[in-house]
Design a protein around this ligand. Structure first.
Ligand code: GAR
Length: 201
């Protein structure tokens, strides 16, 4: 069994995509736990509905060290193979990243290295790019700079605004993230020393 911990801060549509495409299908990939830093995260409700163990570690109740200590403990109690950041909007420390070296991936709503950080779709609209998209990458010590596993491009039309572009990109996020997880679970992703990623299809 290949066990996932999914970290999510909000709506949880990427979590739902992982549930639909991987957790509920006949393969050896299962979500072992869902963890959120936000009390109101719908992702926790989704986990509950599917009887997936879920945890709220409320970021407002702990300092960052305490928060991450609890996060590490929770993840370690589930014998996890891969940590998936699916709309997880909190920066992880170098200590945390080192603890789970090369075992954390993130989905980001732009073609990295363009538009890292928050509001990537708004940044893309404001910049006036003609193409944007989404990226699945390994998480390293700096925000949104880790080795790129997969990307999908989306055309930006003149009539697009932040909302319509976000919607278009999200549709592809829901494909790209489960695809990347499946490739990793199948041992088809090789992270090279020069930080490139090779996919053995
Ligand atoms: C997604 O668009 C995801 O790419 C983005 O947050 C949204 C979460 O949606 N993540 C980031 O911006 C990370 N920097 P969801 O909660 O419905 O999956």
């Amino acid at each position: 069994m290949f066990r996932l911990a999914v970290l999510a801060s909000g709506r949880g549509s990427n979590l739902q995509a992982i549930i639909n495409k991987l957790h509920l299908s006949k393969n050896n990939i299962k979500i072992s736990c869902v963890i959120s830093n936000k009390k109101m995260a719908i992702a926790l409700e989704i986990a509950k509905n599917y009887e997936i163990p879920f945890y709220l570690i409320d970021e407002n109740r702990y300092n960052n060290d305490e928060y991450e200590e609890m996060l590490i403990k929770t993840i370690n109690s589930h014998d996890i193979d891969l940590i998936v950041l699916a709309g997880y909007l909190k920066i992880l420390s170098a200590k945390f990243v080192n603890t789970f070296k090369d075992s954390i991936i993130n989905i980001h709503p732009s073609l990295l290295p363009a538009f890292p950080g928050l509001d990537a779709q708004k940044q893309a609209i404001n910049y006036g790019v003609k193409i944007s998209g989404c990226t699945v990458h390994y998480v390293n010590k700096k925000v949104d700079t880790g080795p790129i596993i997969k990307q999908k491009a989306v055309k930006v039309e003149d009539k697009d605004d932040e909302a319509s572009l976000s919607k278009k990109i999200l549709k592809y996020e829901h494909q790209l993230l489960p695809e990347a997880i499946e490739l990793i679970a199948q041992g088809k992703i090789k992270l090279n020393k020069d930080r490139t990623v090779t996919i053995k299809e």
